[in-house]
Design a protein around this ligand. Structure first.
Ligand SMILES: Cc1cc2nc3c(=O)[nH]c(=O)nc-3n(C[C@H](O)[C@H](O)[C@H](O)COP(=O)(O)O)c2cc1C
Length: 358
């Protein structure tokens, strides 16, 4: 098993990106370039996940990880009002709203799958595995990474036996990995930027930390490494790479680069960062804290919008710095970030040389 993710040739991890952006090609290219990558198990059937694992293994000899959504408790919020809003959105697109159902994302079956296939690194988000399952993952040779957004969540994750934490700042694209949504504030809890989160977490726990959120340039990666992270996890930086499975309309909005981003429960019921569009603006303030029920409710609307190439009713997930990312192939992104990080470190080293002077 990898002792941790501290010894990567290039300390850049391509984030798991559920919903289609993560592909075996994306993960394999980043791993081959000296980084590391996670497949996203979220929303996939266990069979589709098994197929993606097999496809990735066929593309690279390098180790790679799998990310699981760990289900939370069933929400109690009333969805009637929001269902009406989504029905109106569906009608615009000639679609029907989905059934606002709770489901566990087939987590138990996917957990058994990664155990059986002895995946070297298993990361989780939205919830924490049971301590017994962490022990089983360890016995299968897996390093266990838990996503956290606050120091309190970091303590919880270390208590259940997580080996490494992925510290996600509020800049991050798509869903926040908060363990418990407060149901009130836009981000589901206190919003820490990546550096604040990293330093606060580092003060509380003594495990390797991966930093995530808005990191797109090598200088950003250098900054989080200096602040104590062992690696940086980047999602949005790879969304436009040809190997990513990002929808064409989503790609076009990323390339355009003019929309601002906001945290919203509009699409899934769980806070997530997306480019602002009409659906988000008109519905975000009304969306209940009810994941994944809202996700299944809006799914046909988002799918119909995507088919119609209508960016105004899709979930255009993106991190705050998305406009700085480009469409380079994944290996080039990794190589460029490594180069930029080296340059940034040597520039900073020169500026701080007075610290070394006697
Ligand atoms: C489209 C998209 C989908 C994502 N899906 C997942 C996921 O399935 N699991 C997960 O742990 N994180 C997911 N993330 C969040 C990333 O792990 C990471 O925190 C985030 O990408 C970092 O911010 P950045 O996008 O600004 O780089 C996703 C991010 C994006 C952009």
């Amino acid at each position: 098993m990898l002792s941790d993710l501290s010894d990567l040739a290039v300390p850049v991890i391509v984030a798991p990106m559920a919903g289609g952006a993560s592909t075996p090609e994306l993960v394999a290219r980043v791993c081959d370039a000296g980084g590391f990558g996670f497949l996203a198990a979220g929303y996939l059937t266990p069979q589709a996940l098994a197929d993606q694992i097999a496809a990735t293994r066929a593309l690279t000899d390098r180790p790679f990880g799998v990310n699981l959504f760990v289900p939370g408790t069933k929400p109690t919020a009333d969805l009637t009002g929001y269902r009406d809003r989504v029905a109106a959105e569906a009608a615009r697109l000639g679609a029907e709203p989905g059934e606002p159902e709770w489901d566990d994302d087939a987590y138990p079956a996917k957990l058994e799958l990664v155990l059986g296939l002895r995946i070297p690194v298993v990361s989780c988000t939205f919830g924490l595995p049971q301590p017994g399952d962490v022990e089983r993952l360890h016995a299968a040779g897996s390093l266990v990474v838990a996503t956290v957004t606050t120091p309190a969540e970091a303590r919880q994750a270390v208590r259940i036996g997580a080996d490494t934490l992925c510290v996600q700042g509020a800049e991050a694209g798509a869903h926040r990995g908060t363990l418990a949504d407060d149901g009130v504030s836009p981000g589901g809890g206190e919003l820490y930027g990546v550096l604040a989160a990293l330093r606060l977490v580092a003060a509380e726990v003594d495990v390797p930390l991966i930093a995530a959120g808005g990191l797109v340039h090598g200088a950003d990666v250098a900054a989080v490494l200096v602040a104590g992270a062992v690696a940086a996890q980047l999602g949005t930086a790879f969304l436009r790479s040809p190997e990513a499975g990002t929808q064409p309309t989503h790609r076009a909005a990323l390339a355009d680069g003019t929309r601002r981003t906001a945290l919203t429960r509009a699409f899934s019921g769980r806070p997530a960062r997306a480019m602002v569009n009409r659906f988000l603006q008109e519905n975000g303030g009304h969306a209940p804290a009810a994941y994944p029920n809202v996700n299944s409710l809006t799914k046909p609307v988002r799918a119909a919008a995507s088919r119609a190439a209508d960016p105004e009713a899709m979930s255009l997930y993106a991190g705050q710095t998305y406009a700085l990312a480009d469409d380079a192939p994944a290996a080039e992104v990794v190589e460029r970030i490594a180069r930029q990080a080296r340059d940034a470190m040597s520039r900073a080293g020169r500026r701080f040389s007075f610290l070394l002077a006697d």
